[in-house]
Design a protein around this ligand. Structure first.
Ligand SMILES: [Zn+2]
Length: 601
């Protein structure tokens, strides 16, 4: 039995939910009293302990023996009742203690179990930001990281075309392996700049040098600026790996799955090297052009140009423009992910003062993105679809990108001089949140937002798709029976939604969206179906992380729960570790850190 809540804690005004996970529910009453008290100071229980042992640590070392008595000890600071609920995930007992707002350090106690300790205080989520910065530093590649690894991969890498060397040491390992995917690691620049804009001087006051943010940006950029050729084409990854020997995988057909690149890359380049260039064990640089990488590069370099000083700033803008020109010449297949990435890249160029941007083309792509939003009067609506409404837009790593792009479009409305289309973008974000995210989050007892809508659900007989209306299905977690056999944890989806909700709450004046953003953070912080924290350095009761060469990465975040066929959550709790739920990964953390930024008041 577990008493589950956010292990990190809450802001005074946060929603605060307590969930008792019964294990075996037999014999439990429908109402269970709970008591909130000072951390560490257990309440008195009945039943006499063995003589000669202290009351604080009674024989036979069973601290939960007996029933709670309310006499004799310090009265609880708050009390309430957990109520039995029936959910599609079984019977649970839940209570809402949001009305308790007094700052302090607490635990909640019942007859059967005690919660992990937690705080209520202003700035409580800053711990996530501090953790993210420590994680990112530990993920540095091409240098020694004290206590984590010696200098690595100084000999990256060789081009996959002709094997010629290109100095591409540096950057960050993306996950619990050594691969350097640009599609994912470029977004650290975005996150670091959001931290700089939102947290700024508070870091300094907390004895974290504010320069550290720009140092980290420059660290990443020293690598990213090598990953673009003289024509402006950005390379896709270093050490992503090739298709497994003997397989018939092709880049065109098998590289993407659920808007996630890199799907057939094996782990053949996920290894230590001798750090000596030209010795023959250098890792490969994938020179393929991925439009997402191309436009993410434009987006983050244009943004960086507004933060860095000369001459770095000019270099970032120059490369952003070069990459944008290449991206426009090359074009793409117009899938929703690429459309949003191109729009975001052009928006950031515009914000950086690039006067060559074709604003009417930019507005036309925003209109096209908004045309891809479902507009049903019943059932789930407001979600984005792929081109021609062939399917719902679903993405493992970039779930909120279309909505975040339109929010940015609205934010930059003064530069667009088209008030009606900016207003439409604001409405689009509003519909996405209200008619899709929040409309579905009541389908489960932890207020989780949906993974995605399916127009033609695969393997319907073997896995549950909840009714989304209009003949469509929806799941909270990715469908496990799928063409590629990939079942990916969903922390990245929840954390991108948390980021969007927190950011939109602040920018669009919708304070009611903060609570749902916090509930998603709380899920990853331990208020979940197993009372386990998905941050390796925050909270208690972590599962065993999956990391291939460095078993423990400090302050990392895990890919998180996958869904069973019936769309209920599963997380590996044994030491038979597998990547699906347990691998450390950058994407959920960089989204969580940004959510934390926007939840500061
Ligand atoms: Zn490395």
């Amino acid at each position: 039995m577990q008493l589950s809540l956010s292990h990190l804690g809450y802001l005074p005004d946060s929603p605060k939910m307590l969930t008792l996970l019964p294990g075996d529910a037999d014999g439990l009453p429908d109402l269970i009293p709970f008591y909130l008290r000072q951390n560490c100071l257990r309440m008195p229980r009945d039943g006499k302990g063995e003589d000669g042992f202290s009351a604080r640590f009674p024989s036979p070392y069973n601290l939960l023996r007996g029933k709670l008595t309310l006499d004799g000890g310090t009265p609880p600071l708050y009390q309430g009742e957990l109520r039995r609920i029936s959910s599609r995930w079984g019977s649970l007992w839940q209570a809402d203690f949001s009305s308790f707002k007094t700052p302090g350090s607490y635990q909640i106690e019942t007859d059967w179990q005690i919660s992990p300790p937690f705080a209520i205080r202003e700035g409580v989520y800053d711990r996530i930001i501090a953790g993210y910065l420590a994680f990112l530093r530990a993920q540095r590649c091409g240098c020694a990281v004290f206590g984590v690894h010696d200098a690595c991969h100084l000999d990256d890498g060789i081009l996959d075309t002709d094997g010629s060397p290109l100095p591409a040491a540096g950057g960050w390992h993306d996950a619990g392996d050594f691969r350097k995917w640009l599609a994912f690691t470029l977004y650290h620049i975005d996150a670091l700049l959001t931290l700089r804009e939102r947290v700024g001087q508070d870091l300094e006051r907390g004895n974290i040098a504010a320069d550290l943010l720009l140092d980290e940006v420059s660290w990443g950029n020293a690598f990213f600026h090598r990953m673009i050729d003289s024509r402006g084409q950005v390379y896709e990854d270093v050490a992503g790996g090739s298709s497994p020997e003997g397989s018939a995988f092709t880049y065109e057909r098998d590289w993407w799955f659920e808007n996630h690149p890199g799907c057939y890359g094996d782990a053949s380049d996920n290894r230590w090297t001798d750090n000596v260039p030209h010795s023959g064990d250098e890792r490969r640089i994938r020179t393929a052009c991925n439009p997402l990488v191309q436009w993410a590069f434009v987006h983050v370099q244009a943004r960086a140009s507004r933060h860095l000083s000369s001459p770095q700033a000019e270099r970032c803008l120059e490369l952003a423009r070069l990459a944008a020109a290449f991206g426009r010449r090359r074009g793409h297949d117009n899938r929703t992910l690429f459309l949003a990435a191109e729009l975001r890249g052009n928006l950031e160029l515009l914000a950086s003062g690039d006067t060559s941007i074709d604003v009417s083309a930019l507005i036309a792509s925003a209109r096209e993105l908004m045309r891809r939003q479902a507009t049903f009067s019943e059932g789930l609506s407001g979600y984005f679809t792929e081109a021609d409404a062939t399917d719902g837009f679903r993405s493992i790593a970039f779930a909120a990108d279309p909505a975040l792009t339109l929010l940015r479009f609205w934010e930059l409305r003064a530069m667009l001089r088209d008030t009606p289309v900016a207003e439409q973008a604001r409405q689009a974000v509003f519909y996405y949140i209200e008619n899709y995210l929040l409309a579905d989050c009541g389908s489960n007892p932890f207020s989780l937002t949906p993974y995605g809508v399916y127009h033609d659900p695969p393997h319907r007989d073997r896995q549950l798709f909840r009714d989304a209306g209009n003949g469509h299905g929806v799941r909270t977690f990715m469908h496990p029976f799928n063409a590629q056999g990939i079942v990916h944890g969903t922390s990245s989806v929840f954390m991108s939604h948390a980021h969007l909700l927190a950011r939109a709450a602040a920018l669009l004046g919708q304070p009611a969206w903060r609570g749902p953003a916090e509930r998603l953070l709380h899920w990853c912080l331990g208020h979940n179906a197993l009372n386990r924290s998905l941050f390796s350095g925050i909270g208690y009761r972590q599962p065993v992380g999956y990391s291939y060469r460095i078993p423990q990465i400090p302050e990392a975040m895990m890919t998180g729960f996958i869904g069973k066929p019936d769309d209920s959550p599963y997380l590996e709790e044994s030491t038979a570790i597998e990547w699906n739920t347990l691998e450390y990964w950058s994407i959920p953390f960089l989204q969580a850190a940004q959510a934390a930024c926007w939840l500061r008041t």
